[in-house]
Design a protein around this ligand. Structure first.
Ligand code: F6P
Length: 565
């Protein structure tokens, strides 16, 4: 693949996608579908599950509980073609400058290319550098796992704390939890922890419990300017220096043995004091929320070992190949994206809940909240016009079984229409050695799946899910007709997890293509950072309060009074 020959846009692409014939056809079709209940769609065809289920890369995607039928899907596929989705996929994977506002490629897929692949960006093959970084990570991981990474007093490091936020935290946090079963045995054990909050509360907790002699910090920040991470890093550095430095010479040793830096800016890592040998680099063409596949994934590799890290990359790469080569109507990311477009833009379903039925996926919803909403929470098109249509829905989630006892009430009987993604592994616990425990745990897995399937069934059918047990008052009735998708993984392994994450990354890209927005920038978070700096200056200097609004003034004065009392 090469970026040298630009790939054409869709022929006859309309000025605004909502003016395209396919969009208009879908709007008219949505009028016909508005009063069609999911239970009627299932009644009309016993083949829906088969007709709307696709498989790839160890995943099974059941879209039969979406409020659509064949004709809807055909029209949505026309829309994808009108929006130039096939060309956009090719441009993304070829390394073209798809991140237009920042004029660079978005090449997270290059991080999972096999070593013998080639991908030229600006005339240079990026694959060797990607694999050099992986080799550097492997050398570091090996040293930790051999008990050879020693702190300044000579003791082997036992605890690694990742200091990062957003994409420099959520991906590694989510994957290390999801793959905790894959910890290699027979290696020196290293516990990995995560501290992201700028208020220092997570870090403060670790500092009371961990031993400075055996603790190392990974400073993860693409920009190396993020105040949240740098505040935590400064506190961590002072903690280590105050405990470990006796004379001048020891300071360098502490910096060398207790800090690793991961960033796109070598210069800033050097300025901060990360030693050259402990710097892991990545590139501006990797977006923060797409970065777990390279050096930002160091905590993952520390937990699961390099072999499993490579398996994670291989799973994602399998999904990339599928995305690149499958026909649109067999293409999992495309279909998942189209279900979302249908809900948001044509059925007015603008809330989306992520519901994994597997405790290991505890942080998957938080991860997707950033991936989807930071990517597609936009309202200006690539040409600089305000969109005339809705884009990313409000997306949130929680482990499904826990959410059943928390917010499912709203899904079943509230006033909001919500699309749900149910996610679960088909098989679990077959490698538990003790027979009795395995039998109990397998029964728990079956119980969990039963709950997962039951919930999507009730959301779909409403009252019809149960045998008629006579008239019930309204407050005990279920309306149903909430659309959902069920995603089953053959097992939760490094490979299938890689494929699952890549599936959602590509879904986001397809939706962004149809909405004609840039999923790879995040200008919306910049103003808040500037205003916070201004507010902090006022708070610290007691100067300039009058330039602020009445509410900010009142709040700051309350803090000053509290500090004085
Ligand atoms: O402020 C938002 C953001 O830039 C995210 O996009 C990013 O993942 C996070 O902050 C952390 O940024 P960095 O890795 O540069 O510290």
């Amino acid at each position: 693949m090469s970026s040298s020959a630009p790939i054409d846009s869709a022929p006859n692409a309309p000025a605004s996608i909502d003016q395209s014939p396919a969009w208009r056809a879908l709007s008219a079709h949505a009028e016909d579908m508005r009063d069609v209940h999911l239970k009627d769609l299932f009644r009309a065809s016993g083949e829906r599950h088969l007709a709307f289920t696709r498989r790839a890369a160890g995943l099974m995607l059941d879209l039969s509980k979406q409020r659509w039928h064949d004709e809807t899907l055909h029209k949505l596929l026309d829309l994808a073609r009108d929006a130039g989705v096939p060309q956009a996929i090719a441009r993304l994977l070829a390394g073209e400058r798809v991140n237009r506002s920042e004029d660079r490629p978005a090449l997270h897929t290059a991080l999972r290319l096999p070593v013998d692949a080639r991908l030229e960006v600006d005339g240079e093959d990026v694959v060797p550098a990607v694999h050099e970084t992986l080799a550097h990570m492997a050398a570091m991981v090996e040293k930790f796992h051999a008990g050879q990474w020693r702190g300044a007093t000579g003791k082997a490091v036992t605890d690694v704390v990742n200091l990062g936020v957003g994409g420099s935290d959520l991906g590694p946090l989510m994957v290390t939890h999801a793959l905790a079963d894959y910890r290699p045995r027979d290696v020196h054990s290293v516990e990995v922890h995560f501290a992201s909050t700028m208020d220092g509360s997570q870090l403060a907790d670790y500092l009371t419990r961990l031993n400075p002699e055996t603790t190392l910090f990974v400073l993860s920040s693409k920009s190396f300017t993020t105040i949240d991470t740098l505040s935590n890093a400064r506190t961590a550095r002072d903690w280590l220096l105050s405990h470990l430095v006796n004379g001048d010479g020891d300071r360098d040793l502490v910096m060398r043995q207790h800090f690793i830096g991961v960033s796109a800016s070598r210069e800033k890592m050097c300025e901060w004091g990360v030693s050259d040998a402990n710097q892991l680099e990545f590139w501006e063409w990797v977006g923060g929320r797409y970065s777990l596949w390279g050096a930002i994934g160091l905590p993952i590799a520390l937990v699961v070992g390099m072999q499993n890290f490579h398996a994670l990359l291989a799973g994602a790469h399998a999904m990339d190949r599928h995305f690149a080569t499958a026909e649109l109507d067999d293409n999992l990311p495309v279909l998942l994206a189209l279900a979302g477009i249908w809900n948001v833009n044509f059925l007015d379903v603008r809330a989306h809940s992520i519901l994994p039925y597997d405790g290991r996926l505890e942080f998957f919803a938080s991860y997707l909240e950033q991936l989807e909403m930071e990517s597609n929470g936009k309202s200006v098109t690539n040409a600089g016009d305000v969109t005339a249509y809705s884009t990313c829905p409000v997306l949130w989630g929680q482990l499904g079984p826990n959410a059943q006892h928390a917010f499912y009430q709203l899904l079943h009987q509230g006033t909001q229409a919500v699309e749900c993604d149910f996610i679960a592994p088909m098989r679990r616990y077959d490698r538990v050695e003790d027979n009795a425990t395995r039998a109990h745990l397998k029964a728990q897995h079956r119980l969990t799946l039963a709950n997962c399937f039951a919930q999507s069934r009730v959301l779909m059918l409403g009252d019809e899910a149960i045998e008629d047990d006579g008239p019930r008052p309204l407050h005990k009735r279920y309306r149903g007709n909430q659309p959902s998708t069920t995603l089953l993984l053959e097992r939760l392994t490094p490979e299938t997890l890689g494929a699952l994450i890549a599936l959602y990354e590509h879904k986001v890209f397809v939706q962004a293509t149809i909405w004609d927005i840039n999923p790879f920038d995040q200008w919306g978070v910049e103003l808040g950072k500037k205003i916070a700096t201004q507010a902090e200056q006022v708070m610290a200097s007691h100067d300039g309060l009058e330039s602020l609004d009445a509410s900010s003034r009142g709040l700051i004065e309350a803090i000053w009074r509290a500090e004085e009392s």
